[in-house]
Design a binder for this molecule. Structure first.
Ligand code: ADP
Ligand code: NI
Length: 200
């Protein structure tokens, strides 16, 4: 199978698996990550096929979507073997995907892993990131905000992670996009507290 057909088959697979997903990790999240990753990969002269393949598959079998159990290597292997993808490419994709997730705490080593991680992180900030954080928080029964225990609410996730992302970008292209999205999140938070306090 040629590379284009593999990418199309993988896209069709994740479209079936992730459509209608309600925590912000739906098919359109994958499509945005692919689009952003390919855009960055073109500028960084990275391997376009590997980048796109890993971007489509980066949330497959992820622990946060599978009740805490990580099945990504197993599931990615099954999908790609079925498409007769060579084992060295499968192994590269698995390595990239294992390094993308913030919560797994690994370091992105290759340029392709850095790019997919940047693209995934960009989708967690800005207007879309804002929508996704509350979708995810709600799916975990988390309150939007509660001044009595703010650390247990979705607003806390802005401080734990989202506001840190602009300084964690690997590529210059992502850093530039992140800056604008970061400012947007900050202005949202200001407005949120103003409304909460009856000042707006
Ligand atoms: P990881 O990087 O560990 O795989 P993700 O960053 O993929 O986890 O999670 C992606 C999305 O889920 C982001 O949009 C993020 O805001 C949201 N998310 C993750 N953890 C939380 C949380 N504790 N509360 C609210 N949203 C969260
Ligand atoms: Ni993702």
């Amino acid at each position: 199978m040629d590379q284009q057909s593999i990418l199309e088959a993988v896209r069709a697979f994740v479209c079936r698996e992730f459509s209608g997903e309600g925590t912000g990790h739906d098919f359109f999240h994958l499509e945005r990550v692919v689009k952003t990753a390919v855009r960055i990969a073109n500028r960084e002269h990275a391997d376009l096929f590997l980048t796109e393949l890993a971007a489509w598959l980066h949330d497959v079998g992820d622990h946060k979507l599978n009740n805490g159990v990580d099945k990504s290597a197993e599931q990615i292997t099954a999908i790609l073997k079925e498409l007769n993808v060579p084992v060295d490419i499968i192994s590269n994709v698995i390595t990239i995907v294992s390094q993308v997730s913030f919560s797994k705490g690994k370091t992105a080593e290759s340029i392709e892993a850095k790019i997919v991680q940047d693209a995934d992180r960009l989708d967690a900030i800005g207007a879309i990131g804002l929508a996704r954080v509350f979708a995810f928080g709600g799916s975990k029964q988390r309150e939007i905000y509660n001044p009595k225990h703010p650390d247990q609410t979705t607003i806390q996730h802005f401080y734990d992670k989202l506001l840190k992302l602009k300084d964690l970008m690997h590529t210059e292209t992502a850093r530039q996009i992140a800056l604008e999205r970061h400012v947007y999140l900050e202005s949202f938070l200001k407005r949120f507290y103003d409304e909460w306090n009856g000042e707006a």
